[in-house]
Design a protein around this ligand. Structure first.
Ligand code: C5P
Length: 300
């Protein structure tokens, strides 16, 4: 890498097209069956060679100490880089809001793994990289794969699905976030299912036939999140009333999204719902087939 070049990672957001909770696991996590989808909304991580490791972020609410998933990803990968592990100055530019159910932190972690693997020339087989991702967070392996994919286990066992195609989306971002840990904790003792109960798992298996088959694509977290934040259910109802083919809480929220027939319709609905929901950011986006990935770029 010449000094005139920097490395850039592009890290997409995701939505969950469906999310089933199958039970509670002995490790405190929940056994999931979910369909992930990357969408056209991106964080960027720029890496400049530097004498010391340093992280900056344009969003002051994001911690830039060792707790940041970008630095944790670098530390994890360093063990595989040996002497080649040179330091870097890292600029994180956030467009994906936190606590939104859009996987921003997880996508940044996946992007950072790809970025440092390139910088340090670490050649890891995909299963090994997925294992590192898994150590950083349950959603991280998905962002190494991207597109349309099924997640089982903690959501970290990924199986590619046929592309959902360029779904036209409206995203509703309320002026508050929902903590994933709090949402899962709210499930409380409702779930005492044994995650090894194979018959339950088979019964619950998500069989998605593509964008014309949203019929059984629910999100089980809605039943704990919507009663606590009724504004989210109201927004979902607004999406349905506006003609959404599918409208759901993404992950544990707080984003609520709708799938529309085409981009012009999504744009019209976003404008209309944005005007009616003060304090909300209402955006259009679309499904994409990309994962978190590295692009080389000239230094600026
Ligand atoms: O893995 P990650 O740190 O992203 O998960 C955040 C929190 O969400 C966990 O600490 C856990 O409380 C909850 N969670 C869960 N079951 C999952 C994924 C996440 O209970 N499959």
């Amino acid at each position: 890498m010449s000094s005139a070049e920097t490395l850039l990672a592009a890290c997409p957001a995701k939505i969950n097209l469906a999310l089933r909770i199958l039970g509670r696991r002995p490790d405190g996590y929940h056994e999931l069956d979910t369909v992930f989808q990357t969408i056209d909304l991106w964080d960027h991580i720029r890496l400049h060679p530097a004498p010391e490791m340093q992280l900056t972020c344009d969003d002051p609410s994001v911690p830039t100490d060792g707790s940041n998933l970008v630095l944790r990803a670098a530390s994890l990968l360093r063990e595989h880089a040996g002497n080649a592990a040179r330091a870097a100055r890292i600029e994180l530019r956030k467009a994906i809001p936190a606590q939104a159910g859009l996987g921003g932190g997880s996508s940044d972690a996946a992007g950072a793994l790809r970025l440092f693997a390139e910088y340090w020339q670490v050649r890891l087989a995909e299963p090994d990289l997925l294992d590192l991702g898994r150590q950083l967070g349950a959603d991280v392996p998905f962002f190494l794969i991207g597109g349309t994919a099924r997640g089982t286990g903690r959501g970290d066992r990924i199986e590619r699905l046929p592309s959902a195609g360029p779904l036209a989306l409206v995203l509703g971002l309320p002026p508050f976030g929902v903590s994933t840990a709090v949402a899962f904790a709210a499930l409380g003792t409702e779930l005492t299912l044994d995650s090894n109960d194979v018959s339950f798992r088979r019964f619950s298996e998500l069989k998605w036939k593509g964008p014309n088959d949203f019929g059984r694509m629910n999100n089980d977290l809605e039943r704990v999140v919507f009663p606590r934040w009724p504004a989210l259910a109201e927004f979902r109802d607004g999406l349905i009333a506006s003609g959404a083919r599918h409208a759901l809480l993404s992950g544990s929220g707080s984003t609520v999204y709708g799938v529309f027939a085409d981009e012009p319709e999504a744009t019209r609905v976003a404008r209309d719902l944005g005007a009616r929901h003060a304090g909300w950011r209402v955006l259009t986006s679309r499904a994409i087939d990309a994962a978190a990935h590295v692009v080389r770029s000239a230094d600026r």
